[in-house]
Design a protein around this ligand. Structure first.
Ligand code: GLY
Length: 371
């Protein structure tokens, strides 16, 4: 068994470790046990994840004489709705938690986001631990303390910044994911190279396909790199008043595409991010900020691994630039009516700007729709 990597998110009293490796699900009890002080913890997962991983996690707790109560949710984005969330809160309160009770989130981004939000408001804040089981959750959503739920006004418009006590990222847990989910998570990995590290992007050009295919060393390296990059940003700007917005590379476009396709299976979040990152680099090239060859290189890599890079083949509503721009204007990152974009001078050199002529964005969208 190889020693896991440990990345520390250094936030003073709220600091915590992200542990990355293989066989961590089987060590969950031993690693989490020392952090538990109160009555039995409450483990929350979804039925899909439970089918694959719950037994291993519960066995590891049993070996430490810990017997968590378990709540299994329906898988899917609808579980992040306000009405479902109030049901979850009541189900947790039925267990009569105390201030010292710990919630454990076992699953992907949906489970992590709602359990984090629940932990942040139950009894005005109790501990929670993340055991992310998707790439997206391991490299992004489980790290950094963004929690949230969806309302009819949009995704993640209600939530908190609330850090976990520990993140356990077992890269073997990714083995049970369908290839489409792995690819969608991979888009978020590429994001870290594009926004801040050209060498990492080059590494992905050489090793990305092996990582997607299941090479554990490549997975461990990539997940560790991304967690280090994210931790470095989060400790500088926990509440996203500045630099943290770089993590939204591709997301201004992605959220508009997802809003139009209904946040479902038509276009997964990571697929939308892949297209959004291509658009961000195309916009950067078209506005003279970056060399068009850089934009072509981004598209080529995402194409090569099998991610979508354009919207023409995405089934769904009749795309128009007006509708997409309308969604961008609803984004929670809009400031004083100006849309925030993350653009790039080059691969590995992204920056935040609200100073973009929307006619250039509109022309880019028209082009993408007709390409
Ligand atoms: N997912 C972007 C962030 O955590 O800031």
């Amino acid at each position: 068994m190889t020693t896991p990597e440990i990345v520390t998110v250094a936030l003073d009293q709220r600091s915590y470790d992200i542990v990355i490796g293989t066989d961590l699900l089987g060590q969950a009890g031993a690693r989490i046990g020392p952090l538990l002080s109160g009555p039995r913890p409450i483990l929350i997962t979804d039925t899909n994840v439970a089918r694959h991983h719950l037994t291993a996690v519960l066995d590891s707790f049993a070996a430490e004489n810990i017997n968590p109560s378990v709540i299994e949710l329906e898988p899917g984005e609808h579980t992040k709705g306000f009405d479902r969330f109030t049901l979850l809160i009541d189900t947790i309160l039925d267990q009569v938690p105390e201030r010292s009770t710990t919630l454990i989130a076992l699953g992907g981004g949906v489970v992590g986001d709602i359990v984090g939000f629940a932990a942040s408001i139950i009894l005005r804040g109790i501990d929670f631990i993340q055991i992310p089981t998707t790439i997206l959750a391991q490299v992004d959503s489980s790290v950094g303390g963004k929690t949230g739920i969806n309302t009819r006004h949009g995704k993640n418009l209600v939530g908190t910044f609330y850090q976990p006590r520990l993140v356990l990222a077992d890269t073997r847990a990714l083995d049970t994911l369908p290839r489409r989910q792995i690819l969608a998570g991979y888009a978020e990995i590429v994001k870290y190279g594009l926004l801040g590290d050209a060498d990492f992007f080059e590494w992905l050009e050489g090793h990305g396909e092996a990582m997607i295919a299941g090479d554990q060393d490549a997975r461990r390296y990539a997940v560790t790199f991304c967690c280090q990059a994210k931790a470095a940003i989060v400790v500088q700007d926990e509440r996203e008043t500045g630099k943290r917005a770089l993590l939204n590379l591709g997301h201004t476009f992605a959220h508009a595409l997802e809003a139009e396709t209904g946040y479902g299976d038509t276009l997964l979040h990571g697929e939308a991010v892949a297209i959004g990152m291509v658009m961000a680099f195309d916009l950067s090239a078209k506005t003279g900020l970056c060399d068009p060859e850089e934009a072509a290189r981004v598209r080529a890599h995402l194409d090569l691994v099998g991610l979508p890079t354009g919207i023409r083949n995405i089934a769904g509503p009749h795309w128009t630039s007006e509708k997409l721009l309308h969604h961008m204007r609803q984004d929670k990152k809009v400031r004083d009516g100006r849309i925030t974009f993350i653009l790039a001078n080059a691969i590995g050199d992204a920056f935040i700007t609200s100073d973009i002529d929307l006619s250039a964005v509109s022309a880019l969208l028209e082009n993408a729709i007709s390409a």
